[in-house]
Design a protein around this ligand. Structure first.
Ligand SMILES: O=C(O)CCC(=O)C(=O)O
Ligand SMILES: [Fe+2]
Length: 282
């Protein structure tokens, strides 16, 4: 029997008692709607092959290979392997792999003209302590913006790249490091829920267009300070078999990155785009 329970007042829903390999369209529709309401959905207790995980991901939208080519699964480019090949040939820890996603709050794919609608992870190996993933609501961030800031940023466009102002590009191949910035509205209306959200990523944004460099930097700082609203967070403690999907159009996340490096922490990941009729330009 399916059980659906909210994990917090603003963000997070947990689904248990179903097998994602066999759910019908009506059940998928039910959990899809629960996910849209909650930004982040955890489905517990799954036993998936790579192909089953990919097939389930495709029910949310077109799955797109991630630009970090070296971390793709060798036979299935649509699946990224997180936490694999964590040690360099000399035995030292590869920080870019170990700390992937842990450099700060972010949304995935803001460097693309069409960012990832959703990211989905499957927990394959989980350390006995640490290694959580944290989530926060972009709707709550928008609600927390002072009216004057909402007015100032109404229609404003941000320029985003993979490495942002710090050029944090270690996981990209050299030929992929100089792509032009992607431009997105800072205040975005979600194409499916119709709700307004703050679309923002302090690690990827270069500038907010139409402002002087110093005003743009000051705005970026102000948005960074308000994007995480304490009552609109969810922290996920992983178990093997958890499938977690988050909506990049209206949430932020980061890896805690604090687990013992000698332990395995491995996830399969898919990066999912919007269906064409939901794509937001700018
Ligand atoms: O490993 C995690 O907990 C999340 C990493 C991340 O930011 C991502 O997969 O997009
Ligand atoms: Fe991420």
């Amino acid at each position: 029997m399916v059980q659906i329970r909210k994990l917090g007042p603003h963000i997070g829903v947990e689904v248990s008692g179903i097998d994602l390999r066999t759910i019908d369209d009506a059940m998928f529709d039910t959990i899809y709607k629960a996910w849209l309401d909650a930004n982040v959905m955890v489905v517990t207790g799954q036993e998936l092959t790579l192909q089953a995980f990919l097939a389930h991901s495709r029910r949310f939208g077109p799955v797109s290979p991630h630009p970090s080519k070296s971390t793709r699964h060798p036979e299935i480019p649509e699946i990224t392997m997180l936490g694999v090949n964590k040690f360099n040939p000399d035995g030292s820890l590869n920080q870019a792999i170990y700390r992937r996603g842990a450099e700060g709050w972010h949304t995935d794919g803001a460097y693309d003209e069409v960012p990832f609608k959703a990211t989905q992870l499957f927990g394959v190996a989980i350390p006995d302590r640490g290694g959580d993933t944290l989530f926060a609501s972009g709707y709550a961030a928008y609600a927390a913006m002072p009216q004057r800031l909402k007015e100032r940023l109404d229609g404003a466009i941000g320029a985003f790249t993979y490495g942002g102002r710090r050029k944090n590009n270690a996981l990209l191949n050299p030929e992929d490091r100089d792509r032009p910035p992607a431009r997105h509205r800072i205040i975005r209306t979600h194409p499916e829920t119709g709700r307004k959200s703050l679309y923002f990523d302090p690690g990827k944004i270069l500038a907010i267009e139409g402002f002087t460099p110093s005003d743009s930097d000051a705005l970026i700082e102000e948005l960074t300070a308000l994007m995480i609203q304490p009552d609109a967070e969810y922290r996920h403690r992983w178990h093997v078999g958890d499938v977690v999907i988050w909506d990049n159009r209206c949430s932020y996340h980061k890896a805690a990155g604090d687990y013992p490096p000698e332990q395995d922490r491995i996830h399969w990941r898919t990066s999912i785009k919007d269906w064409p009729h939901h794509v937001t330009r700018h």
